[in-house]
Structures are given as C-alpha cells and as structure tokens.
Design a protein around this ligand. Sequence first.
Ligand SMILES: NC(=O)c1ccc[n+]([C@@H]2O[C@H](COP(=O)([O-])OP(=O)(O)OC[C@H]3O[C@@H](n4cnc5c(N)ncnc54)[C@H](O)[C@@H]3O)[C@@H](O)[C@H]2O)c1
Length: 416
Amino acid sequence: MNRRNFLRGTAATLVTAPSIARSAFVAGNDTLKIGLIGCGGRGTGAALQALAADEGTVIWSMADVFMDRLDSSLKGLEENGGEGRVNVPPERRFDGFDGFKKVVDECDVVLLATTPAFRPQHLRYAIEKNRHVFCEKPVAVDGPGLRSVLETARMAQEKGLCLAHGFCWRAHYGKRAIYEEINSGRLGDVQLAYATYLAGGVWHRGNKEEWSDMERHLRNWYYHTYLSGDHLVEQAVHSVDKILWAFGDKTPLNAVAVGGRQQRTAKKYGDIWDHFSVVYEFADGAQGHLLTRQWDGTAMENLDRILGTQGVANLDGWAGKFEIAGSKPWKYEGSGNNMYQTEHDELFAAIRAGNAHNQGEAMVRSTQAAILGRMSAYTGKRVTWDDCLNSEEQLTPATWEWAERPAPKPPVPGKS
Ligand SMILES: NC(=O)c1ccc[n+]([C@@H]2O[C@H](COP(=O)([O-])OP(=O)(O)OC[C@H]3O[C@@H](n4cnc5c(N)ncnc54)[C@H](O)[C@@H]3O)[C@@H](O)[C@H]2O)c1
C-alpha cells in the first residue's frame, strides 16, 4: 500500500491489518490535503480545527454553492490558519451544485458543512472516492436521505475509512463523563430524559429582486424544511441526541409531538416552525421529552434532566455543570475542553494511526430521531421509528438547478 493511498484511505485492509497501515506512515511527515465543502460559519471553524488538530494538514480545495461565501471563508482561513497552511489558488475554488465533486477529487480528507439537504449526496461521493470525512449534523432531512447515509456509513466501515460526525456534545469531557456514569447504572434504570433547547431567533440573509427562488431559498436555507429539516432537525437535534445517549443509544418505538409557528409567521420565514414538544416512547415504558423553541425575547435554556429509579442527573451544558443526586451522588470535577477541537483531534489521530473511526450509524440514529419528531408534529400522528426510516417522502428535488420553485406552505397537523 503506498502512503498516498493509505492517507486517502483506500483499503479495507486497514480494518484487518492496522499495524501495516501504521507502519506505512511516519507521523508529522506527510501532508493531508483538506477539502472544505460548505464555506459558512461552521465549515470555516471546522477547517481551522482540522489545521490545529494535525501539523501536516493543509487547506487545499474549497467549494460553496456561492462564490462570495467561499471568498469570505477563505479570507478568514488565510488570516487565521497559519503560515503555509492554506493553499487554495483560484483553480481549486469551486462554486455551483457540482463544485463538491471537484473538491473531493483533489483532497485526502473532506469536511462536509453545507446546508443539510446535500449531505447524503456529498457523503456518498466522498466515500465512493475513498476519502476520510468529517460530516456535520444533521446528516439528512428525510427518510430517503437517512437510508442513503446509512448505506454510505456501512460502505465506509467496509472500506476502513474514518467517518466522524458533528454531534459535538459527544466530544465534551463533562458530558462524556456523566453519560458514562448514567449508562453504567449510577441512576438505576433510566425512566425519563427531559431536554430543553430554548433559544432566540437566528439569522436571515435578506432578499434580492434578481435572485431566483432557488437562490432565495439557499441563501436563507434555514427557513425551508426541504433544505434544513426544520429547526428541530437542524439545531435541537443536539438535545435529541442527548436523549438517546441517556438511554444508552436505544432507539424509541415512536414519537408523539406538537408544535407550530408563533413568532416566525412572515413569508420570509419559509415553512419551518418555531416551537416543538416531542415525547419519545421506548419499549420498556420509559420516555424522552424534548421541549424546543426559537422565540426572541424569551428565556434561554439548554438543560438535560434524567430521572432514574435511584437518582436524578442534572446537566447544564452552557454553564458546564454535570451532577447526579440520589443514592450514589456524583459531580463532574474534571477539566473543560473545546469539544469542536476534540472532534477533530480524535479524527486526525485515528487517520494517522490507521484506525477506522466510524460514527456513521450513530449520526444517522440521532438525525432519524429528530426527523421522527418532526414527522409526528407535522402530521399530528404517532409515528413509529420504522415508518420514519422507511418513509418514501422525499423533500429534496430530483435535480438541483437555479430555477423557480415556489416555497412549500407550512404543514398543518391533521391535514399534512
Ligand atoms: N455541531 C455544531 O454545533 C454546529 C454548529 C453550527 C452549524 N452546524 C451545522 O453545520 C452546517 C452548516 O451550518 P452553518 O452555520 O455553517 O451555515 P452557513 O449558512 O453559515 O454555511 C453553509 C454554507 O453551505 C453552502 N452550501 C449550501 N449548499 C451547498 C452545496 N450544495 N454545495 C456547496 N455549498 C453549499 C452555503 O452557501 C453556505 O455558505 C449545518 O448542517 C449546521 O447544522 C453544526
């Protein structure tokens, strides 16, 4: 196996013969070319973290559907990336809907940080081309997308490729420690996990007369369910992920949910909702409950409370407090960390060591739980885990083009 092929991760052999893979690489001596797809806030941050994680990385190729977004990301990377670490000449900058392919073709490790709707397509191409991948959450917006990513994740596993996700709380030291306690039985049997994601409104990037519908939607992708998955799937998915974590990543049987549009009623806010309440029901009668909203001028909160037969855990991620009360009290007293950096440190360490670090199935599971909640809220029905995964409802268009595309209307429970 030559070194370039190993770093590109060609080989299923890596799984069975990690010692060969390791010996093929001399730490720090080889360059890993990073390709960034989706040059917004998170993509730019992820690129800087990839640089900080490994001294042999270089930002090599970039794509964004809009060149102005790429230009401002590149400027930020050049200013903050360090001497010689950002090498993206005009011929390795790509825009439009096909730019992602050229980025993948040019690099060793791909960072996927676009609007969520594109994740299944971009991930498939990257894994087909044998690239290691960092894949932001959520990884799909509908059932067909979930099934595609699941298949791709298994493909990555078979090839021995690294596939890391962006469920960043999983890389947070305090959260890791407390969920380990919970999963090892310190609370007894977990009966209820209650999570809040109460925040204010987010950005809106305006509107220009000359924009096509597709450009208008993509510039403001957050407000269109076919692009973002809605705020439950796009943002509160972090809290959904923690509900599953509390139950040792068991999957719920079904979800029952409500929600609607209270503040974001104007046309510019597309079809997404601004509040949801979801109850997840598990086989043993346990429940997970998510309460999420994005309303300006209201109280902010991001808490997790987990009740077991022998105690209660209180987690306040924003304040860094992780405590268990009950028959076996416990408190996190370890160090804090930058969870975004840790995700990349672990990914690049695995690539260098030839370990197949694959979080593919986990990222599908948590994304699916969020989509399940949205499906129940939109329809007003109890929706099962399997019906969500097997759903044939495809939100994304068959082909992406700069065309007129009327925005879908907000869903109406009982009718949608
Ligand atoms: N893990 C976290 O805590 C965290 C935090 C922020 C964002 N994110 C995730 O990162 C992703 C991006 O979020 P963001 O805040 O950076 O948004 P953003 O709007 O700042 O960036 C997204 C970029 O992707 C580009 N894009 C859209 N479609 C594309 C395509 N087909 N090809 C290439 N580029 C395309 C957009 O033009 C935009 O520049 C989302 O999935 C979001 O959920 C995760």
